[in-house]
Design a protein around this ligand. Structure first.
Ligand SMILES: [Zn+2]
Length: 267
């Protein structure tokens, strides 16, 4: 029978004081040991970002125009640092870092984006399609295992294991896996600049009956379908194996989840 605190307290004191177990009342009876959410080993855990810090850099640079949308609380938050939790050990952080860096290098490059968005669509070429898709899936997986309110809407269900297998083992074929990716360039409605001072943590949404997640950072919104069915959007806009994507240009509050959140923020 385990020794409980109450049974000890009511036990008659022994005159052999050294034999009496000491209880530190300042400490919990049973401490929880941190367990890495990826390797499941008991290790010291890092501050793990769900969306990497570089996605928040345009916001740090000019906080007066910062918009960070909290998908759970449906309001904007003022944050000093990108959302993080103690989730992964140092070596598992490296695993995610290897997925983060190609995305950062390609999509943070300012020469890649037009200054003003006057066209209906922007075609981007030269993408590493697998790296882009895997990064987006990794953000969803990190949000799936996170405990914070901001990510409670992300529940990958049976797709969690499948996505993790893709991230671990690699998959070179975008069309074989049921995670279609669509992208949008976000425009500031007043200035037609790229709306890169906005971070949207993954929001679960439904498009023509199919579940998908939308997230936004660096002036782009990404829509990832988590379904075995063919996505209900034009195939011409899907991220292709050839490394090109046609991204519709939309005002930042036109994309449904972002519009809803911005409206809620204004109320
Ligand atoms: Zn680990």
């Amino acid at each position: 029978m385990p020794t409980s605190r109450s049974s000890f307290e009511f036990r008659p004191r022994s005159h052999h004081t050294n034999s009496v177990p000491r209880i530190d009342t300042q400490r919990p009876i049973r401490e929880s040991v941190p367990t890495c959410r990826l390797c499941c080993e008991e290790k010291e855990l890092c501050r793990s970002h769900i969306i990497p810090e570089w996605a928040y850099r345009p916001i740090y640079d000019e906080r007066s125009r910062a918009i960070v949308l909290d998908s759970e609380k449906r309001r904007a938050r003022k944050i000093q640092q990108g959302a993080w939790e103690r989730l992964f050990c140092a070596s598992c952080e490296q695993f995610f870092n290897r997925l983060d860096q190609p995305m950062h290098r390609f999509w943070s490059d300012p020469s890649r984006r037009p200054d003003h968005l006057n066209k209906a669509c922007v075609e981007v070429q030269g993408i590493d399609p697998v790296a882009t898709r895997d990064f987006l899936l990794s953000v969803l997986w990190r949000a799936h295992v996170a405990r914070g309110h901001a990510f409670s809407a992300v529940d990958l269900g049976p797709h969690s294991d499948r996505i993790l297998a893709i991230l671990r083992n690699g998959s070179e074929n975008l069309t074989r896996d049921p995670y279609a990716v669509f992208g949008y360039v976000l425009r500031e409605p007043q200035t037609t600049d790229v709306a890169d001072r906005l971070v949207l943590t993954p929001v679960k949404t439904r498009t023509a009956g199919q579940w998908n997640y939308v997230m936004a950072f660096l002036g782009y919104a990404w829509q990832v379908f988590v379904s075995r069915e063919a996505p209900p959007l034009p195939d011409s806009c899907r991220l292709k194996q050839t490394g090109s994507i046609v991204m519709p240009v939309i005002d930042r509050d036109e994309l449904a989840p972002i519009g809803v959140l911005l409206k809620a923020r204004a109320e």
